[in-house]
Design a protein around this ligand. Sequence first.
Ligand code: SF4
Length: 389
Amino acid sequence: GQCITHCPVGALRERDDTDKVFEALADKEKITVVQIAPAVRAAWGESLGLKREEATVNRLASALKMMGFDYVFDTNFAADLTIMEEGSEFVEKLKNRENEKFPMFTSCCPGWVRFIKTQYPDMVNQLSTAKSPQQMFGAIAKSYYAEILNVDPSKIFVVSIMPCTAKKYEAGVEALNDAGAGHDVDVVLTTREVDRMIRSEHIDVRFLEEVELDSPLGISTGAAVIFGATGGVMEAALRSAYYLVEGKNPEPDAFKDVRGNKEGWKEAKFTIDGIELNVAVASGLGNTRRLIETLRSGKVSYDFVEIMACPGGCAGGGGQPIWDGEELAEERAKVLYGLDEINDLRFSHENPAVIECYERYLQKPLSHTSHKLLHTNQEEWELNPLKNE
Ligand code: SF4
């Protein structure tokens, strides 16, 4: 397909993993848990003939339940967790500003992580150690959630629905599997593969009732939804970093200047507790290279930088139904910002399920357990699609 040639991890054949999922669904011993990534909810209905307003995440949840999934959850729960960990990591670095290396880079996009590891290995230590929401979800599903269900973690089979082919390879990286029950994420499906499964099961999505996502890993905030758009991770992280430093919430839209860059990269300045912060956001690997080269030449300097390999961020990802460049990514991003705006919860640190997960299991961001399950040593591994195939 056309998308493959645009895939930021380069020359990937799309591997079809739908059979593995059908097998797990048929296995009565397995508890099947599926997570839906933010950008998927803006795109999954396109090839099934649904209008944008009809193609809700709740209708997709309904289709997944019909296929036999036991629990339908939201990657956004883990996106909120990512923000708690990454935001805290950034605030800790700021406290030690003289000795730390800046900028800190986001680490949730495997296309970008692979790019920096191969192209600029001397900067890898500036990547956030936070794992991506996909991997955090898997680790939590096979530890905390196994405990809630009171089952052995090896019974849990975790499927992700991602806008992204690179996520398949991320899930295969051994250094990112920490829950101790096989791979934290067993199978990654792209939006296109899920659409194929829905068609092969003859489910007519137009007539499905919408259902709520399951609890507690289905609860999420508006800050998590915007992860799917370029600038979203930065904005969500700043909302919570502000709270961590100032002890009160900012206006939810205080950091919206980082939204929607089209060309090059976007810069913004904010002041938190008297500290001036310079941040930058880029998407697309051409823009990324230009940003990094300018940074290395010393012409600019930033505290925090968000990079997404696909132009427009995951909303335009290589596993989405149709690759139509930035235009469609922009349209899908609007859906995500709309979902953020109408959410009663706009801050990751206010997600009640995340708060409970810390109280009952992780203790606090950057705790020993958080480090074990939710962080990684970036210098320890490479993301090489060929090795993990
Ligand atoms: Fe995957 Fe999103 Fe990164 Fe694209 S921007 S490679 S879809 S994680």
